[in-house]
Design a protein around this ligand. Structure first.
Ligand code: ARG
Length: 282
């Protein structure tokens, strides 16, 4: 690696650290990382006949390494057999199939995903990642594949009915998420923000009465409320957001190829098929 590249990388890492607003981490970002290869699920599917651009680096490696935080149903989680599943995982598997390469899932804490991508430890970040200005300083994002909102989970008998009611309450968030960043930036609630390593940890703290509310993305919120009795989502949403996949800033080929692949999966109905498998209309 050239000296200039190393400097640029160092600068990017420093900017990442400085730009981080929200709960303090103090964790070693790689310590919880675990990798697993999942064999390409489909063989000679129709998609594999479509000709798409395969990034040189991915073709040579024969695999695409995806950084995720598999604690976020229905986007990424582990099934009963310990396999990585969910919308993001299946979209990435479909892209790996299109490119005729293997998918390698690298599971880590959410707050390590952007750094893993920015420093080249993973090719793509697929973790229900919301596009934010701050993240755009260190990574590229693909086209959006889903719209989302931040919502508030409370106990069914809670006196919290609106966002204004959160003032003075204990609000749980997942470390490093937009929920964390927005809540830590919101004068009305920032003193009561409590960070958890995962959304489900925050939800369990709510169930146990240790906190009053959880601020989290809408679909995981629905999944967690379904899994735990006595919880509800309040009607008012906190923000609107858009999800996309993240790639290293300098790797324009990769983001372009991902967008091309996403367009193929969009036009052949595969994207809808994956989303509809995991999200049933209410
Ligand atoms: N959309 C939110 C964000 O980008 C939360 C994503 C959390 N993802 C996860 N796999 N735990 O910050």
């Amino acid at each position: 690696m050239k000296k200039a590249n190393i400097l640029a990388l160092l600068l990017a890492v420093m900017m990442l650290t400085l730009a981080f607003a929200g709960c303090n981490t103090g964790t070693d970002e790689t310590s919880s990382a675990a990798s697993s290869s999942q064999a390409a699920a489909s063989s000679a599917s129709d998609e594999s006949k479509t000709s798409v651009t395969v990034p040189e680096k991915i073709k040579n490696a024969g695999k695409i390494v995806v950084a995720t935080s598999a604690d976020f149903p229905p986007y990424e989680f582990k099934d009963d057999n310990g396999n990585y599943v969910g919308i993001d995982i299946e979209i990435m598997q479909a892209i790996a199939d299109l490119w005729n390469v293997e998918l390698e899932v690298s599971d880590m804490k959410f707050d390590a995903v952007i750094t893993a991508v920015a420093t080249g430890k993973a090719d793509v970040g697929a973790a229900g990642l919301t596009i934010t200005e701050e993240r755009l300083e260190s990574v590229n994002f693909t086209d959006t594949y889903t719209q989302a909102t931040q919502v508030i989970i409370v106990k069914e008998d809670s006196d919290i009915q609106t966002i204004d009611d959160l003032a003075g309450k204990k609000v749980g968030v997942q470390l490093g998420t937009t929920g964390d960043i927005y809540a830590s930036d919101d004068d009305a609630i920032k003193d009561g923000v409590e960070c958890f390593n995962s959304g489900i940890d925050a939800v369990l703290a709510l169930v146990q009465g240790k906190i009053d509310a959880v601020l989290i993305d809408n679909e995981p919120a629905k999944a967690f409320v379904k899994q735990n009795e006595g919880l509800k989502i309040i009607d008012e949403k906190y923000t609107d957001e858009a999800y996309a996949f993240a790639t290293a800033k300098e790797d324009k080929d990769l983001v372009n190829a991902l967008n091309e692949a996403l367009a193929v999966l969009d036009s052949n109905g595969k994207l809808d098929e994956i989303v509809n498998k995991y999200i049933k209309a209410d």
